[in-house]
Design a protein around this ligand. Sequence first.
Ligand SMILES: Cc1cc2nc3c(=O)[nH]c(=O)nc-3n(C[C@H](O)[C@H](O)[C@H](O)COP(=O)(O)OP(=O)(O)OC[C@H]3O[C@@H](n4cnc5c(N)ncnc54)[C@H](O)[C@@H]3O)c2cc1C
Length: 254
Amino acid sequence: MTDFDFDIGIIGGGAAGLTVASGAAQLGAKTFLVEKEKALGGDCLHYGCVPSKTLIRTAQVYHLMKNSMTFGLPAIEGLDKTPYITNKEIFYLDQLPSSMVILWTGPIAIEMAQAFCSLGTKVSVVQRSGQILIKEDKDMADEIMKVLGSEGVTFHLNASVLRVKDLGSEKEIVLKDGEGNPISLKAEKILVAMGRDPNGKVKLSTLAAAVHPYPTLGEINKRVAGTLLSQKIFSERVRKGLKFFFNLKGRACG
Ligand SMILES: Cc1cc2nc3c(=O)[nH]c(=O)nc-3n(C[C@H](O)[C@H](O)[C@H](O)COP(=O)(O)OP(=O)(O)OC[C@H]3O[C@@H](n4cnc5c(N)ncnc54)[C@H](O)[C@@H]3O)c2cc1C
């Protein structure tokens, strides 16, 4: 029987060669591999799958950043150089601001708009879309806007923020309205109320929702739907679990 130095010889250390070499060696075969390039890996690692997926992911991130306004991210020119407050600072202000521009119109923004307007601050609220409280039904949200409007809050809907600037005691917020006309607002404070991301996973609005002492409109809908539908959808055991969980958070589930 012929004597061989090796059980198997592999030419090429690409995806195929490396896989076969690794498998053969692990099965106990005496294996050699020859690669003409300096680095193992072949097309897939150096010129194919890996760099193409890296490029795709990089392009996705770049595209996301370029279109960040669509996703509600604060890519506002000048915001990094302009002092602004969030819900973290607003409860600890030393004095009542004479004027405040609130960016976006979630529940926190609307609560603060009403409270500060009632205290005497001139409040303007800016929203990208044509509706405040975007997660609520439009007719209810419009009703709330009407009430706040009658109390003195000014709303700028369908408005995108072009840039903000620190003018010292005042801040300038330049918007583009629905028709594309620029509008300049000046205010003592800017409240950025878009939900924050404390640990990269849980949004502040999610945490706030978990401990909110009273239900939002969405929660009322969920509760009503839950009471009616849970009997049909969930088993008694699952319902007990859900009930326990939601009661822990201060909510009821039917
Ligand atoms: C842009 C792009 C994207 C891709 N994306 C994917 C993907 O997402 N998923 C996927 O499964 N596949 C993908 N592929 C295909 C994948 O790259 C190939 O299927 C894979 O590289 C094939 O592996 P291989 O080992 O047969 O050949 P190669 O990777 O070409 O390896 C051959 C190796 O042999 C060496 N060699 C050649 N001749 C000699 C010689 N005479 N002596 C010594 N060494 C030699 C070469 O230097 C090379 O290292 C992609 C390919 C490209 C181009």
